[in-house]
Design a protein around this ligand. Structure first.
Ligand code: NIG
Ligand code: FE
Length: 387
């Protein structure tokens, strides 16, 4: 079954050899998809025949957004905590335990329904790949069930047993780390691609994070780190040292951190929804980009620090608040996310890539930042299927 997307005003390929600038843009383009794969990219009106047809009506077409950092398996919300923050309370991460209690008390069906609701919400806003973390169960059984549910919704699942020390292990962090790196990891690894640690003062220090990450690597998982979110610390350098795919947050960086990232394959994944929702200073994306660091944007969707599933919102924040150009932000939300997941089949429109496309009700990618909060996504194709 073939599908032609025609009359594309601006096609963002993310392939500079096939168009102009960082985004490899082409004017007046068309794309043909066969099953779940892009099979032809060329000029509007000049395509071979196809079985079915979508008219982009002169709108921009982009690769689907790749949200490489989300916490979608949880119960309840923390709206009151948000309201308190907007009245001046700081964000400390302490509220994670509130969500852990609600998540443990929920049924599988409740967790599944909530996660599915958020994946669908993201899809309507153009997200065609989402990474989903565990991390609100924090017992062997609750982490495994979180990952089983995540795996029903995505191929990109991450074991985050080291999210916080649960109440029953309070003041026995090393015992909890041993559990996470031992029995919990062994049970979780068959359901996960990645392992992640919240490396932060008040959560896990560098040695504890290293213990979990190296055990995860032994178990065959790729590495990701929540790093330097609430203050300076060892997370970014640990991520680089261990060859993690991504260091996420990167809000408080020293010059040494930036140099380390620039000389590595570790992507800096910035999560501006978290700074927005915790009223914190934004990371300086310009400083990272100018140093040559690969930058991704993701939502961090979770009920505590960033309850948004919207990649367009994150693009707009990154442009307005983090000194990214619209092109850099769109690249980071698509190709950057793909790099952060070490994928080359998504985040790009080229022959052979996965047919994940977003058609905008706007003539160019600039409108994603220029028209914040406006639902500009007109069509989404995921694996070649109109959604
Ligand atoms: O990435 N920082 C740690 N984890 C999440 C927040 C989780 C929560 O507050 O529930 C984050 O921001
Ligand atoms: Fe997070």
């Amino acid at each position: 079954m073939s599908l032609l997307v025609d009359n594309i005003g601006e096609l963002v390929t993310n392939d500079p050899t096939h168009g102009r600038g960082l985004l490899g843009t082409r004017r007046d383009a068309a794309v043909i998809i066969e099953d779940d794969t892009v099979v032809w990219v060329g000029s509007a009106g000049g395509s071979p025949a196809a079985d079915t047809f979508i008219d982009a009506e002169g709108g921009a077409v982009l690769p689907g957004f790749v949200d490489s950092h989300a916490h979608l398996v949880f119960a309840g919300d923390r709206a009151a905590e948000f309201a308190a923050r907007m009245a001046g309370e700081p964000y400390t991460g302490g509220g994670i335990r509130t969500t852990v209690a609600a998540t443990r008390a929920a049924t599988d069906e409740q967790l599944r329904a909530n996660a599915r609701r958020l994946v669908d919400e993201a899809l309507r806003q153009g997200t065609t790949t989402v990474e989903i973390k565990s991390g609100y169960g924090l017992t062997v059984a609750d982490e495994v069930r979180s990952l089983r549910i995540a795996a029903e919704l995505t191929d990109e699942t991450t074991f985050l047993g080291a999210h916080t020390v649960p109440a029953e292990h309070a003041r026995r962090t090393d015992d909890y780390v041993a559990l996470v790196a031992g029995q919990m990891l062994a049970a979780a690894a068959p359901h996960a691609q990645w392992v992640d640690v919240f490396c932060e003062r008040g959560a896990f220090d560098a040695d504890q994070a290293r213990t979990v990450l190296t055990a995860g690597r032994q178990a065959g998982l790729g590495l990701r780190v929540h790093a330097n979110q609430l203050g300076p610390g060892p997370g970014v350098r640990l991520a680089v040292e261990l060859g993690a795919a991504s260091a996420d947050h990167c809000t408080h960086l020293t010059d040494d951190d930036v140099t380390a990232l620039a000389g590595s394959d570790t992507v800096a994944t910035l999560l501006p929804g978290a700074e927005f929702s915790t009223r914190s200073p934004y990371p300086d994306a310009r400083r990272l980009l100018d140093a040559g660091v690969t930058v991704a944007l993701a939502t961090d969707c979770n009920p505590g620090s960033s309850y948004t599933s919207s990649m367009p919102f994150c693009v707009a924040l990154a442009v307005r608040e983090m000194r990214m150009t619209p092109a850099e932000a769109v690249w980071a939300a698509t190709a950057g996310g793909a790099r952060a997941l070490r994928r080359d089949d998504i985040g790009v429109v080229r022959v052979g890539a996965r047919a994940d496309l977003v058609v905008l009700d706007a003539p160019s990618h600039l409108h994603l930042a220029y028209r914040p909060g406006v639902p500009l996504v007109r069509h989404v194709l995921r694996l070649g299927e109109p959604q």
